[in-house]
Design a protein around this ligand. Sequence first.
Ligand SMILES: Cc1cc2nc3c(=O)[nH]c(=O)nc-3n(C[C@H](O)[C@H](O)[C@H](O)COP(=O)(O)OP(=O)(O)OC[C@H]3O[C@@H](n4cnc5c(N)ncnc54)[C@H](O)[C@@H]3O)c2cc1C
Length: 409
Amino acid sequence: MDRALQEFPVVIIGAGSTGAALACDLALRGFPVTVLERGEVSSGTTGRNHALLHSGARYVVHDPASARECFEENRVLRRLAPEVIEPTGGLFVALDAADLDYLPEFLEGCREAGMDVRPISPRQALDQVPALNPQILAAVPVPDAVFDPYRLTASWLATAQAAGARVLTYVRVEGLEAGPPPAGVRSRAGDARARIVVRAQSLASGRELVFPAAVVANCAGPWAPQIGALAGVKVPVVPSAGVLVALEGRLANKVINHLHPPGDGDILVPQRQISLAGTTSWVAESPDQVPVPRDHVERLRELASRLVPAARFAPLRAAYSACRPLVADNVAADGREISRGFRVFNHGQSGLFTVAGGKTATSRAMAESAGDAICAFLGVERPCRTRVTPLVSYRRFRADPWEVQGIGK
Ligand SMILES: Cc1cc2nc3c(=O)[nH]c(=O)nc-3n(C[C@H](O)[C@H](O)[C@H](O)COP(=O)(O)OP(=O)(O)OC[C@H]3O[C@@H](n4cnc5c(N)ncnc54)[C@H](O)[C@@H]3O)c2cc1C
């Protein structure tokens, strides 16, 4: 461990894919990292997503920057974490004349994003995926893949732990205070205000815990505004809710996408022995109370069955919802038009940062960007290593027992 960095303890709030990837990034750079998570790892949005390792093709026309980011990270993650990825491939399929009209724009967008994709005939597509709607008019293979969100997040954390990080679960952050540098934490010369204290509670014991930090990274996903409010800062994150429907059986071995502008029910993803149909989009009042409207479930099944007819009859295994933490200043009608890009906010000299937006598939890039910003803030130069460091197996991850670490008050 880099002794010079020991005076810069970093606390990360939230162990979803964003916080886990950032823990990995900063621990590999040599920082002493502590992750605080109020529940289990991945118990927020990350554990309830579609599990799609985006190729980026969904965004090539309307959000080309996100498309390029997804495509780049898709290739990086396949290299670093093959254990948690199933390289299924994906197909975009046209169902009607409007979809065919969209095809040239789509192909041009893919080309601009760096994706070398070519249409195949409907017959070839049906040979690859016999369960496809036999009426499709066109098909384009894309490098989509499927990942396991829990295992990917646990792999980020296992890699962080191997580099010295600690991960404390069932610890809820309840206060953030700018304060004098606690013992053992010195601010860098000329920047005596780079100091912050995190107050938290162990939900296992009720004990109050205190964590002095040089930097605190708010990676609380759709709850990021609540964490910001603890420090009196406004965090422009919109909780954009969506429903997912899990149908019994692996209806198709590839990710099947509807070839049209992003909309409801345009994808069916194979995940082990189920198929995930999704999704809808609306702005939730609170990330803690996201309903699963019955009409969304029925509509998703109906739309999925246009792609793969067997979806109409597959038994329903589960229906659930989660909130995308999207970055936007204004709350839009349904959240679809908000970019899937990410932002790193430096909230000023207290040392509080927020990392929000993006996707699980781009969590490494989000962490790299946040890690660079944190190094610049602290005035240290440590290169990012996550682009080239293979991840430690998720099987090695264990939450650290905080009781034995003597960090309680
Ligand atoms: C329906 C849907 C489908 C999606 N599909 C995909 C997909 O297929 N592929 C993809 O790449 N992305 C997908 N996404 C997006 C992706 O899931 C999110 O961008 C990502 O999971 C956000 O991760 P996060 O770590 O920022 O937030 P979260 O996973 O929500 O993590 C935040 C964590 O902070 C913790 N926390 C909150 N408050 C506190 C506190 N006070 N103290 C301590 N801890 C706290 C929470 O418990 C939580 O674990 C989807 C999103 C939705 C909603």
